[in-house]
Design a protein. Structure first.
Length: 804
């Protein structure tokens, strides 16, 4: 039953009678995401709010300059019996009174927590109707993104704050439950003057003149949304209108809202909006909102449902920023229709929307444009996400200081692409469409996503989420060796695959990678089904139509791993820089056009080296070049190195750290080469280190002549050429045999000791490194293996996960 039924609104003085409706990334958001820190509101993190808000009507006066006046009428029911206190959030605005039809209610307003005490207890079948009257100069977030802006010519809000916690920021302009889980319908009655129009969520119900230049705009948003998606914007706007036909055959109104001088540029920048709408509906189901709306403001972009606030600076008449347009529209599925229940899982919202902007490019410009975007995004994430976000983070457990960082948006998009690779197109789009339908207008989390997709597609996804979403870091799978055995008219290719980790990840399991073989005469064949790899070592067998001279994994780049790739066909002469592989190739002679694939592995190179001096082999990265180069080929190469810590361009930080009494100098760098993984590294015979300016600033380049197929990496020569080898620790290879439960350090040197440390750093075993060491008695878990030779310090030899 309805216990109170009276509302005295802000606009009562106008003597206008209102009939309440029934209710049942540029200066983009991403650009501000590097602001760490923040203040926490614990109240905003309650898993379940004690009251269920059903509807909010916001009467808002925007005629007083920087000061707003508001009256928010709230319809709510308690979730427990005998409720007498309704907690809400309201930040740095003054509450004048709280009223019901029976009179005023008492309240306290402590910081941002507004607690209202009812005059009688409410049970779960009672309905409370009250109005909070308030005013003040609303705040913006210290990060520069989020809050309520009153700077001419625009008045508007941005519904999330990057620095304040919780990030939901409805409390900057109206009393609300400011988290990602509580949803209710909204109504707005906004008073403006000076010829300004007000745009809000939902449908415009009425425009009410109050005399002179003052008008009230009445909007209704019937669908439920969290507080952060509620919106208002006012300026001397005009709307460019259109309609889109939904896959449900309904007509969806479209409004591109700008000041008169900006409408033409906005329309030109939104030329492909219709294709974005059609593509998202085709892939993920119908658009479920009252309108498609974009409203130009100073800052943005912010995905308020049906009324996206979009920076005027990037609606510039070009298509340069159209992926931001697509990203914000994509939020109407990922973020608005379903919303992550915790900021720590924002990859569902932002990673999902960013990935849909890649799909937009695929629909408009073709598959190759999509793949190029995925490739470039992946390259950036593997190299720099942990640098820009100051740590290696799991997508599903993101620290709130980095909610809107590189991991959430761009690694999130990379992993959505990988999920598509795991499932295939049909199951991927069917599964997500089903997920959106099942959880429409609800908060969601990683567990719901995983389990629903597994149920709908029939594909077990525990390993995918454990590996890519629930832990930080990356994995790289490299072909360690392969054999070729004739079998009738075919050839049995047995391939040994090694997994290495980048960052603090544990080994991945059951990763589906396609295996591709190359023949001596340029033939290419890919196995029709992916092979499953996982753990430190995997052996897989396929039947190929020819004798392979080269084997590669993940040529189609369906799966994100710590490998970045460029492919090309070499012709003619000239220089080409391959940005995803960080290699420049100069073609001096190329008898016939020849395909080439350059893989950059962002993991430690194997340590076995055959050089007459102490040498540290790069623990950061190495390269593999696949090419059947014809006789007469003449190629040169150039590698840029950068060991400066903390920079987005950093690539060789671990290699270039000072070691013991030795200080790193660039003129001690060497280029190492091996034909394949069965050979030790040797110094490339014709290379030059160019320190550019300073031999200790850790940036420069290495040029080399005679580039050929095979593997390359960098090394740090730590002794003179004629000095006996003193660094046996740099030439070993670590092996873990899960089947036999043994570890072995090959090439450790006479008298070397190894020891096992568990995840807590406890030493659980110590033995001489003479052959395989039995670890069957060790408890299941992750271990590090350290090695010491003579009086040297203990050094990490490898790591493994035992008994899983």
């Amino acid at each position: 039953m309805l216990r109170t039924l009276m509302f005295v609104g802000l606009l009562a003085q106008s003597a206008i009678q209102y009939v309440a409706a029934q209710h049942g990334c540029q200066t983009t958001k991403h650009r501000h995401s590097s602001m760490p820190g923040g203040t926490r509101s614990d109240e905003g993190e309650l898993a379940t709010w004690p009251w269920d808000l059903l509807h909010q009507r916001i009467d808002l006066d925007l005629t007083q300059g920087n000061v707003i006046g508001g009256a928010c009428t709230i319809t709510a029911v308690p979730r427990t019996a005998n409720a007498t206190e309704l907690p809400l959030h309201l930040l740095e605005l003054t509450v004048d009174s709280v009223t019901t039809g029976h009179g005023p209610l008492s309240f306290t307003h402590d910081d941002e927590l507004l607690t209202i005490t009812t005059d009688v207890p409410f049970d779960t079948d009672d309905t409370l109707l009250l109005t909070v009257h308030y005013h003040g100069d609303p705040v913006t977030d210290p990060s520069g993104f989020g809050g309520f802006y009153t700077t001419s010519p625009y008045t508007y809000n941005l519904g999330v704050a990057f620095q304040r916690v919780p990030h939901s920021f409805g409390r900057a302009w109206f009393p609300c439950v400011d988290n990602f889980t509580e949803r209710n319908s909204y109504e707005f009655l906004v008073k403006t003057n000076g010829g300004r129009t007000a745009w809000c969520n939902g449908e415009l119900m009425a425009t009410i003149p109050l005399g002179g230049d003052t008008t009230v705009f009445h909007w209704l948003h019937s669908e439920t949304i969290p507080a952060y998606l509620a919106s208002v914007a006012a300026s001397n706007y005009v709307a460019a209108r259109d309609t889109f036909t939904s896959i449900t055959d309904t007509r969806v109104p479209v409004a591109l809202v700008a000041r008169p001088q900006d409408t033409t540029a906005m329309k030109n920048s939104f030329l492909n909006l219709h294709q974005a709408f059609d593509g998202f509906e085709r892939r993920f189901g119908p658009y479920r909102w009252d309108k498609v709306g974009y409203v130009l403001t100073t800052q943005g972009a912010m995905e308020h449902s049906t009324s996206i606030h979009y920076p005027a600076s990037i609606a510039d008449g070009t298509l340069a920023y159209e992926t931001i347009m697509a990203h914000e529209l994509a939020h109407q599925w990922f973020g608005d229709l379903v919303t992550c229940e915790r900021a720590e899982e924002m990859y569902i919202n932002e990673g999902g929307a960013e990935y849909l902007s890649f799909l937009f490019l695929e629909d408009v410009y073709g598959r190759e444009r999509y793949l190029r975007t995925v490739r470039e995004n992946h390259r950036a994430m593997v190299q720099r996400a942990h640098i820009l976000d100051e740590g290696w983070w799991a997508l599903a457990d993101m620290p709130q200081a980095w909610t809107y960082g590189e991991h959430t948006y761009n690694k999130g998009a990379d992993i959505w692409h990988t999920l598509r690779g795991y499932l295939g197109d049909t199951l991927f789009f069917q599964g997500l469409t089903s997920f959106l339908d099942a959880y429409a207008y609800q908060p969601v989390n990683t567990t719901l996503l995983r389990d629903h997709l597994a149920q709908v597609t029939g594909i077990a996804l525990t390993d995918f989420f454990d590996d890519h979403v629930l832990q930080p870091g990356w994995a790289a799978f490299e072909v360690d060796s392969f054999t070729v055995q004739p079998t009738g008219n075919e050839f049995t290719i047995t391939t040994h695959v090694q997994q290495k980790q980048r960052g603090p990840s544990q080994p991945y399991n059951n990763v589906p990678l396609y295996l591709t073989c190359h023949s001596a005469n340029g033939e290419v064949w890919t196995a029709p089904e992916p092979v499953l790899v996982g753990g430190p070592f995997t052996t897989v067998t396929v039947q190929a139509p020819f004798a392979a001279i080269s084997v590669a994994l993940n040529v189609d780049e369906r799966i994100a791993q710590a490998v970045t790739v460029d492919s090309d066909t070499l012709t003619g002469t000239g220089n080409t820089f391959y940005p995803n592989a960080d290699l420049r190739i100069t073609v001096n002679s190329m008898p016939t056009p020849t395909p080439i694939r350059i893989e950059e592995y962002w993991v430690a190179a194997d340590t076995e080296a055959d050089v007459p001096y102490a040498c540290v082999v790069s623990p950061d990265r190495w390269w593999r070049i696949h090419a059947a180069l014809p006789e007469g080929t003449a190629l040169n190469g150039r590698i840029l190195y950068d060991g400066r810590p903390g920079l987005a361009t950093s690539a060789d930080v671990e290699l270039m750290q000072d070691g013991g009494t030795l200080s790193f100098r660039e003129d001690s760098l060497v280029l190492l080469y091996r034909p394949d993984a069965s050979w030790p590294w040797t110094e490339h015979p014709d290379h030059t280190v160019n320190v550019v300016s300073n031999p200790t600033d850790r940036q420069g380049r290495i040029d080399f002549n005679g580039l050929e197929a095979g593997d390359y990496t960098l090394g740090w020569k730590q002794s003179a050429t004629d000095t006996p080898r003193i660094a046996e620790l740099n030439t070993f290879q670590f092996r873990y045999n899960a089947a036999l439960a043994t570890v072995e350090v090959i090439g450790a040197g006479s008298g070397s000791m190894l020891r096992l440390l568990d995840a807590n750093g406890r030493i659980v075993l110590s033995k001489y490194a003479t052959g395989p060491v039995d670890v069957s008695g060790c408890a299941a878990g992750a271990y590090r293996v350290q090695l010491r030779s003579g009086n040297t310090d203990w050094r990490l030899a490898g790591s493994f996960v035992h008994g899983r």
